[in-house]
Design a protein. Structure first.
Length: 274
């Protein structure tokens, strides 16, 4: 049995199938870990969702910002953007089944010394604290009152973590950390002003994984979300969004031995990453 962690797919079903073929993925034996953003910007979001959902426990995915955006649009809580490419999902006869499955996916998965999230973990949080906050917030996303939460989900505030936060503000902050975070300031506060490469980041801001406030732990954190970084390999951190939808690569890491596999991808979108 092998476990393959795969970067942001974003509706690039053909590229996913090519990558799985190249690594000899066996759905009866192997497992997939997916860092989120299964959908959007590529043209085959429906095919990706159907395939990953069909794998059942052989696939573990965490929610990304594009996955949440699909859920928000489908529930009528926000408008579809011109750059959104998930009309195939919205029009599908099995849309409710697929969207219900997606909404019940975790924000964080931890197993065997590996922690997988879409965007990152707040520097001030230990892996154990991050897991507890993820489970607390996942209950809102998956619960019967999810529409009440969706009505309050979008927004950048609060930007500072405070354990006394409650209600939707607390849950919004947690979702923003796990699905949208890239840069933080010297106090560990979230900043959403920059999406590009590090050499153009505003002064005083650093990637969440470089913050001196980072608690860290023995676990390795796997993440995607930041295609401008490309591959990030350093002790305790593995970033694997290698920009498939932008015409770069789709990457898989075999967790048992750290071997990397990549395939080249055709351009699916020329819109700015988010």
């Amino acid at each position: 049995m092998a476990t393959y962690a795969i970067g942001d797919i974003q509706g690039c079903y053909d590229s996913l199938m090519e990558l799985l073929g190249s690594i000899g993925f066996d759905a009866a034996r192997d497992r997939l870990w997916l860092v989120g953003d299964l959908v959007n910007r590529g043209g085959q979001s429906l095919a990706v969702l159907r395939y990953i959902a069909s794998l059942g426990p052989r696939a573990v995915t965490v929610l990304g910002n594009h996955d949440i955006h699909l859920l928000m649009v489908a529930s009528g809580m926000t408008r579809k953007r011109n750059s959104d490419t998930f009309d195939d999902v919205l029009a599908a006869p099995d849309r409710d089944e697929l969207l219900g499955w997606l909404r019940r996916q975790p924000l964080l998965h931890a197993e065997g010394g590996q922690v997988m999230v879409h965007a990152g973990i707040l520097p001030q949080w230990s892996p154990a604290q991050a897991l507890a906050l993820a489970r607390e917030t996942e209950a809102r996303l998956a619960g019967p009152g999810y529409l009440d939460f969706f009505a309050e989900l979008y927004g950048n505030d609060p930007v500072a973590w405070d354990p006394s936060l409650t209600g939707h503000a607390r849950a919004r902050f947690v979702v923003n950390v796990f699905t949208r975070m890239r840069l933080v300031d010297s106090a560990g506060n979230l900043d959403f002003s920059h999406k590009g490469s590090l050499d153009r980041a505003p002064a005083g801001l650093v990637p969440w994984f470089d913050s001196p406030l980072r608690v860290g732990g023995k676990e390795t954190i796997l993440f995607g979300h930041w295609s401008a970084l490309g591959l990030v390999e350093r002790p305790g951190v593995l970033g694997i969004d290698t920009g498939c939808v932008w015409g770069r690569q789709l990457t898989a890491f075999r967790l048992e031995d750290g071997r990397r596999f990549s395939i080249d991808c055709p351009v699916q979108s020329d819109m700015e990453a988010d």
